[in-house]
Design a protein around this ligand. Structure first.
Ligand code: NAD
Length: 301
């Protein structure tokens, strides 16, 4: 167990995909022991040269751990590692702290928080923003919901993965803040698509257009990081279209349950559905611009 003055702990890490792989490596770099589990055996094997130990299932990753961290695609996968066979509810980590850093339903988070609490285990929702580059550079923004004392115990581990680390409220609050983040990202991306579509149809050089916008009040993270791939027609995935569509579904579910109208979110969600229908689900979010290729009958660059 990690004590005062000892910055090294034992982490069970579940979900070694685009984000989780880099986050687990940063925990190893910070001197923590990592017991790595993923349903993909090759993802576990890939972490072993970095110093991780292989785990056979979630309970095995938890056995020696002070904390278990998960980074999984969606709500059902997180529920599976909590409630399923060899799950964390029946076999919690020794340190009795579970932190899910995926983007999932706030309703499911509150249920897992209550069920684990009843078993004497703390649960935090701590979704992240910053993408694969933020995961690799340990510069993620981490927004956390749950009990304050559990947050304090998790903070040293968060420090190995991110730079902006905030406790935003009770269980589920981290997910709510993340969903607000996602609707801003999606609508901003749509605005960039519209500017590029208009600029392209008008014969303006798109690299120059992007540079000018970046120097003024239209600048944004999306324009800076995804703009080049949008213009080049590079579909390679970082944050996939299907993951954003999952996030927009969660935004809409929460908004409807609270009777909050989100008209711009509804519009951009339709465009993500269109993108997926054209086989772009596994492409990166910059592929939203392909929707505008089709609407304007323009070939990709
Ligand atoms: P990913 O699909 O690349 O990785 C998920 C990993 O979980 C995969 O390796 C998969 O094999 C594994 N997995 C699936 N089901 C499992 C199970 N039951 N048990 C163990 N492992 C299982 O996804 P990602 O891009 O790393 O995203 C993970 C989460 O982080 C998502 O909720 C996503 O919305 C969120 N997120 C992603 C980004 C990004 O830019 N990619 C940014 C911020 C947040």
């Amino acid at each position: 167990m990690m004590g005062r003055g000892d910055q090294r702990g034992k982490v069970g890490f579940i979900g070694l995909g685009t984000m989780g792989r880099e986050m687990a490596i940063n925990l190893l770099k910070a001197g923590h022991a990592v017991y790595a589990y993923d349903v993909r055996k090759d993802a576990i094997g890939d972490l072993l040269p970095h110093g991780a130990s292989a785990a056979a299932h979630p309970a095995d990753a938890a056995r020696e751990a002070d904390i278990v961290i998960s980074m999984l695609p969606d709500t059902p996968q997180v529920e599976e590692i909590v409630y399923g066979e060899n799950g964390l509810l029946a076999s919690p980590p020794r340190g009795r702290l579970v932190v899910d850093m995926s983007t999932i339903s706030p309703v499911a988070v509150r249920r897992m928080h209550a069920d684990l609490k009843a078993a004497g285990v703390d649960f935090l929702d701590a979704p992240v923003s910053g993408g694969p580059v933020g995961a690799k550079n340990a510069s993620l923004s981490i927004m956390t919901g749950g009990d304050a004392d559990a947050f304090a115990r998790a903070e040293p581990y968060f420090g190995a993965m991110g730079t902006t680390i905030t406790h935003v409220g009770e269980a589920g609050a981290g997910q709510t803040v993340k969903l607000c983040n996602q609707l801003v990202c999606a609508i901003n991306l749509q605005a960039i698509c519209e500017a590029l579509a208009l600029g392209r149809a008008s014969g303006v050089d798109l690299d120059q257009l992007r540079n000018v916008l970046l120097g003024g009040s239209a600048a944004s993270w999306m324009l800076e990081k995804l703009g080049p791939a949008m213009i080049a027609g590079d579909p390679s995935a970082g944050f996939r279209i299907d993951l954003m569509l999952k996030d927009l579904r969660l935004v809409q579910e929460q908004a409807l349950s609270l009777c909050v109208p989100l008209p711009a979110t509804a519009l951009v969600t339709s465009q993500y559905v269109e993108a997926r229908a054209h086989g772009e689900g596994t492409n990166g979010n910059q592929a939203l611009f392909r929707v505008y290729d089709r609407m304007t009958n323009q070939a990709a660059a």
